[in-house]
Design a protein around this ligand. Structure first.
Ligand code: HEM
Ligand code: HEM
Length: 185
């Protein structure tokens, strides 16, 4: 029997969908965080500002859904072997960053959702408005948005470490790590 040399296709597809959505949500979130509502309106007008908020929230909720599927595909299907095996440092470093990314990408949308709902703002997902599940509490909302901001920088840092590691394996070590996640041959 031939050994599995890459993750199953659904898991690889989910990786790249989440990667795209995370980059877009960081870019839109940081723009909104830096400029605030009024600053964004001054720059791009009210209509586009509302579209940017709605798109950011939609992307965030989408990440929560895709990450839930991803946990299922990760736990259900066989994980390929490393060829050649990773050394101890690589194993510990990659497992730590991967686990932290999984955790952060599930907690982050939940914080964004709760911060938005407790601030009395709509939780938009495409053209729907999702339930808030929490009463209005401006102080809580402010604290959760602060946490949302810090976690945003943490995710950005983890992504930089992760992509640096991936590039090292792909271009310098030239082992099979990139192939494990690639959608192409
Ligand atoms: C925001 C962007 C990204 C996030 C959140 C992310 C997240 C993750 C996570 C959590 C894993 C572990 C998969 C698992 O074991 O189930 C993983 C694996 C992987 N990622 Fe990413 N990733 C991102 C972007 C990228 C980019 C841009 C590249 C390539 C340059 C890349 C290359 C890889 C590779 C090669 C693996 C397989 C590692 C292995 O298990 O051997 N990722 N990614
Ligand atoms: C993984 C998913 C998400 C990521 C990576 C993300 C990232 C970010 C970042 C980096 C900021 C800027 C924070 C600051 O500088 O203060 C931000 C702001 C914001 N996020 Fe998210 N977010 C996600 C999910 C969500 C969700 C699900 C919602 C709501 C349903 C949401 C609502 C908001 C709002 C309303 C702001 C603007 C806050 C302000 O004006 O200070 N986010 N997000």
């Amino acid at each position: 029997m031939q050994a599995l040399d890459r993750y199953v296709y659904p898991h690889r597809l989910l990786h790249w969908l989440v990667a795209g959505a995370v980059l877009l949500s960081l870019a839109s979130g940081l723009t909104l965080g830096f400029l605030g509502f009024d600053g964004t309106v001054d720059l791009i007008g009210k209509t586009l500002t509302n579209v940017l908020y709605a798109s950011h929230k939609t992307l965030g909720v989408l990440i929560l859904l895709l990450m839930t599927l991803r946990v299922i595909t990760r736990l259900t299907f066989v994980v390929p072997d490393y060829m050649p095996p990773l050394n101890r440092f690589e194993r510990v470093a990659s497992a730590t960053v991967h686990h932290l990314l999984y955790l952060a990408l599930i907690v982050m949308p939940l914080i964004g959702w709760t911060a938005t709902a407790s601030g009395g703002f709509p939780v938009e997902f495409f053209f729907w408005q999702l339930p808030g599940f929490i009463d209005k509490d401006e102080q809580l909302s402010e604290q959760l948005f602060m946490l949302h901001g810090w976690l945003g920088w943490t995710i950005l840092g983890l992504v930089v470490l992760h992509v640096t590691g991936a590039m090292f394996h792909w271009k310098i070590k030239r082992d099979n790590v990139m192939k494990r996640m690639s959608l192409f041959d």
